[in-house]
Design a protein around this ligand. Structure first.
Ligand code: HEM
Length: 217
């Protein structure tokens, strides 16, 4: 019981450290002029990358908890998702305020040339209700609908993958350009979403119990 509590507290601390470090690192690099020749683009790219990393980590909690039996992981899912949302919000604010100086006419003019802005905006708008309802109050109030609402991840994840691919300007069909990172992210997200499908989950749990029974004999 004591060991379980210590593991729970340690994981909680690690998650919050992981959540704070990218921001601290970014601020430090800003004040030490370590943000490349184009600091605004660097902030945009780093906050975008951090956002997708936290979203993937949050998606990984549930399948990892099934496989390892470590339920603490599912309790950290919310915090990881909220950090993902936080960095996505910083990413968006960087774009609107630092990059375009809130010049909405210029942004609208560029949307035609950079359709990935609209796709990113759609992903962010869909993330918003998940972040707002991540508190216990809403979980209780919404009941079963909370789970239903969280199925939005099946729409958000492909949108983020597409935004990532298009922002990197690589050519996916010719496998040329900067596509390695978005490709790795797409593969990871696809795997994590497939593992959540009920028949896949069932098969995985059966395999796990067979292996643990085999090891016990
Ligand atoms: C209104 C919403 C959004 C806007 C306007 C926006 C804008 C941008 C822009 C302009 C870039 C290109 C940066 C560059 O290389 O010059 C970019 C890249 C990126 N965005 Fe977004 N974005 C939005 C939403 C999101 C969301 C919701 C996520 C993830 C949860 C995200 C993740 C990324 C990632 C991973 C990149 C690539 C970073 C890299 O080059 O390494 N974006 N975004």
């Amino acid at each position: 019981m004591k060991r379980d509590f210590a593991g729970h507290a340690l994981l909680q601390i690690l998650v919050h450290l992981a959540g704070a470090l990218p921001l601290l690192w970014l601020v430090m690099d800003f004040f030490t002029a370590n943000l490349t020749a184009n600091p605004i683009q660097a902030i945009e790219q780093r906050t975008g990358l951090t956002a997708v990393s936290f979203l993937a980590a949050s998606l990984a909690c549930t399948p990892l908890a099934w496989l390892t039996g470590w339920k603490n992981l599912t309790q950290r899912r919310k915090a990881l998702g909220n950090y993902g949302f936080f960095y996505a919000a910083l990413h968006l604010l960087t774009f609107f305020i630092l990059d375009y100086g809130l010049d909405f006419a210029a942004i609208w003019g560029d949307v035609g040339k950079k359709a990935y802005i609209l796709i990113g905006a759609a992903a962010f708008l869909l993330l918003l209700p998940l972040a707002v309802t991540s508190f216990n109050y809403w979980m209780k109030r919404l009941g079963k609908n909370w789970k239903r609402l969280h199925r939005l991840v099946y729409i958000i994840s492909p949108l983020v993958v597409l935004h990532f691919f298009m922002a990197k300007k690589g050519d996916f069909l010719r496998l040329s350009g900067d596509i390695l990172q978005p490709l790795a992210f797409a593969a990871l997200v696809a795997l994590l979403l497939i593992l959540r499908l009920p028949p896949v989950k069932q098969a995985l749990l059966q395999l796990k119990s067979k292996i643990t029974r085999g090891a016990a004999v």
